[in-house]
Design a protein around this ligand. Structure first.
Ligand code: C5P
Length: 410
């Protein structure tokens, strides 16, 4: 039972601190009492008054104001709790915890406790990926500290990647899992299923230094792979050249050309789900030169002969043996979006097509927003304009619903 449990919430100084207000509300709805400690930096992001209004208790911020006998000491603060939750756990708080530093109330409480501790890291993706943070994370895991998140997505700093604090619902699930002894929610509706996702552009060599490419960033496919993995699918991401880091929990195979991408896709089969989000080059140079092509004196131009690349989506969709149960393609269109995408679904033989308008005015290519029409057998659905991250989550959920419906039909 969760009702009656006591959580000591330690709020670190990061933009994600605002999510703690929601977290406190949801914990209290479940009958869990919450007492909060805030670092000095946390109070720059949310006010102690907001936090205390929601906890219904004093907020503790200062180590040296706890000396009064009538006040709670830092030892009592942790003694009084069943679980300590650090959210957001900043890089600084994680480092202090890993190294046993105690120079403010939050870190002192964390040092003085013998209670279980759950952290929800949140920071810029480069800080998260930094070797020092990853080392500290390993140390903390070795110390039996529980960890939820971070997740991947658009960050307040304008970047994209891992480092976003887990949503309050995920933190609550982790807290519930701790108290009830249930398995944490790494298992989801897609558990036991395999998914493969292609993403990014392909590079087709012209000679050793030149290539044909396109403006795909890979963001949509990476976000999808992350979302499928979060729902429990064993996910393989086959990625053309991008600057994006591997999404957490996803196996990434990096390739350059369409032919490599096809080979890696075949190697990732069998799979229950295939989502082809890559912007595969339609053509490659018939014969890429072994040496850099030189300008010849007097030559006015240079002709390149192009040949067609294999179509990965069509190949996977039309497999006679071992076809994934659900094959999803993307259609980037600049006009008559639904009409063209509907024809494409038939031509390629996939089950769903996610059609998006990539006309220059839409700003979709390389941008963070996407307007989607989901096209399936016998109909289509228009989605509102959404961040690519939200498109990924919604699509992953649709995929999960598809598999749940099939199972419950049986
Ligand atoms: O024909 P078009 O390139 O517009 O189709 C887009 C869809 O087909 C996308 O899902 C893309 O990933 C996939 N595709 C592919 N292999 C190709 C070309 C496109 O998998 N050679």
């Amino acid at each position: 039972m969760l009702a009656g449990k006591r959580v000591l919430l330690i709020i670190g100084g990061g933009i994600a601190a605002y999510k703690c207000l929601e977290l406190i509300r949801r914990l209290r709805e479940r009958g869990i009492s919450v007492r909060a400690v805030m670092t000095k930096a946390a109070a720059e992001f949310v006010t102690p008054l907001s936090v205390s209004s929601l906890t219904g208790d004093k907020v503790f911020t200062d180590l040296f104001s706890l000396t009064d006998e009538a006040e709670m000491g830092h030892i009592e603060l942790s003694r009084d709790a069943d679980l300590l939750v650090v959210a957001p756990a900043t890089a600084d708080l994680m480092a202090k915890m890993a190294h046993g530093l105690a120079n403010d109330l939050a870190s002192t409480v964390l040092m003085a406790t013998d209670k279980p501790v759950l952290i929800a890291p949140a920071m810029n993706l480069r800080m998260w990926l930094h070797a020092a943070t990853q080392r500290n994370l390993e140390t903390l895991k070795g110390d039996d500290i529980l960890v939820v998140g971070p997740t991947e997505g658009d960050m307040a700093c304008g970047e994209f990647g891992p480092g976003r604090m887990a949503e309050p619902a995920e933190i609550i699930a982790a807290i519930e899992a701790h108290f009830t002894g249930a398995k944490p929610a790494a298992r989801g509706p897609l558990s036991g299923l395999r998914a493969l996702v292609t993403a990014g552009p392909t590079h087709e060599p012209i000679d050793p230094v030149r290539y044909i490419a396109n403006r795909s960033s890979g963001k949509q496919g990476y976000a999808l792979a992350a979302a499928l993995a979060r729902l429990g699918a064993e996910t393989v991401l086959i990625s053309g050249p991008t600057v994006l880091p591997a999404p957490p929990g996803v196996t990434v195979t990096r390739v350059e050309t369409a032919r490599d991408m096809l080979a890696a896709t075949k190697a990732a089969l069998p799979s229950d789900i295939a989502v082809c989000a890559a912007a595969v080059a339609d053509w490659r140079v018939a014969e890429d030169a072994e040496q850099k092509i030189k300008k010849k004196p007097g030559e006015k131009g240079h002709k390149l002969a192009l040949v067609e690349n294999p179509d990965i989506l069509a190949t996977v969709s039309q497999l006679k043996k071992g076809r994934p149960q659900l094959v999803v393609g993307f259609a980037a269109e600049t006009e008559k979006v639904i009409e063209h995408a509907t024809a494409k679904r038939k031509r390629k033989g996939c089950d769903w097509i996610v059609a998006n308008d990539v006309s220059p005015a839409s700003g979709v290519m390389g941008g963070d927003l996407n307007t989607i029409h989901l096209i399936f057998d016998g109909g289509s659905e228009d989605w509102p304009i959404l961040p690519k991250q939200a498109v990924a989550e919604r699509l992953a959920q649709r995929i999960a619903d598809h598999f749940t419906d099939r199972t419950s039909d049986k």
